[in-house]
Design a protein around this ligand. Sequence first.
Ligand code: ADP
Ligand code: F6P
Length: 323
Amino acid sequence: MNRIAVLTSGGDAPGMNAAIRAVVRTALDQGWETFGIRHGFAGLIGGDFIQLGRRDVGGIIQRGGTMLGSARCPEMKTEEGQLKALHQLRERAVDALVVIGGNGSQQGAHALSQLGFSVVGIASTIDNDLYGSEITIGVDTALNIALEAIDRLKVTASSHQRAFLIETMGRNCGYIALMTGIAGGAEAIVIPEIDTDPEVIAEDIRQAYERGKPHAIVVVAEGAKYNAEELVKYFKEHQERLGFDLRATTLGHVQRGGAPGVFDRMLATRLGAGAVEALLRGEEGVLVGLQKGEITTLSLSEVVSKEKALDVTLLDLARALAQ
Ligand code: ADP
Ligand code: F6P
C-alpha cells in the first residue's frame, strides 16, 4: 500500500472532519501518501483530488461539516459513472479508497469494491440508519441539537398552554424523532416505521390537556406518512372540532450543521483510525463501524443488503412516560 484517498459523501454529519483527520494522520504514520477527494463521488468522477499532509487536516476536529465538501451524485449510480470513478483512481495509482458516508454512499463504495477496487467505508450519517454500526458519526451531535430545540419550544408551549409540533430529520428512519421525543418528554412521537392516524395524535394532545399538562409536544420525523406540513393542514381543517391550535417548527438542516460533541469526535477518530487498520490487515470491501463498544468491520455486501431495524417498542415506553 502506497497511496490512499478519502472522500465524504451524502448528507454531511458533524464529525466527518475528525474522521478525515484520523484517516490522513494514521495513514501518514504508515508512510502512505494521502489524498482527499472533493465533493464526494462527483469529485471522484471529475478527478478533483488534493494531496493532504498533516497540517492540511489541522484545526478541523472541532468543525462541523466536511472540509472536503460533499455531494449527491446520481452519476455514481450508473455503471458508466462507476467506471469513470475507477479510472480516476487507477490513473493516480491510488491503492485504496475510504468512503465516509451513510447508506447511499456505502452503496457507491460497494459498487467500486465489486469492480475489484479496494474500498473501506466509514459509518457516517445523522440518521443512524446504516446497518453494520450501532451508531454512526454525527448522530449524537444532531440529537443534542434537536433536543435543545424541543426543550426551548416546551418552555414557550407551557407559557401559552399550546400544542407544538416539531419535525426532525429522518427521510426513511424515525431514530432522531424517537430518541429526542423520549428524551424531550413528548406527548406523541410520529415515525415513518409506523403509520399514525392524525386522530390518534389529536387524542394524545387532548388527553395531555385533560391530565393537566400546560403543553403538548408532538415530535414527527420528516419521512412519516403524515409529516409536519400534512399534520398542520389536517389540524387546521379540523381545528373547530378538535378545539386546539397546533404550532409547527421544522428543525431541518440546523440538525446537521453543529460542531461535533466529544462523542462524535471520539467515534469519528476511532473509526478513521480503524479504517487504516483494516487496510493494514488487508481487509477490503468492508464497513468500519461500532458494535458493542468495539470498532468492527462488516462486509459491504452485507451492509448494503440489510436494513437496520429501529426498536419501535420504545414507542410504548414513550407513551407510558408521557402519562
Ligand atoms: P447518504 O450516503 O447520506 O445515505 P445518499 O443516499 O444521498 O446519502 O447517497 C450519497 C451518494 O452515494 C449518492 O448521491 C450517489 O452518488 C451514491 N449512491 C447512492 N446510492 C448508490 C447506488 N445504489 N450505487 C452507487 N452509488 C450510490
Ligand atoms: O443526512 C441525512 C438526511 O438528513 C435525511 O434525514 C434528510 O432527508 C436528507 O439528509 C436531506 O438532505 P439534503 O437536503 O441535503 O438532500
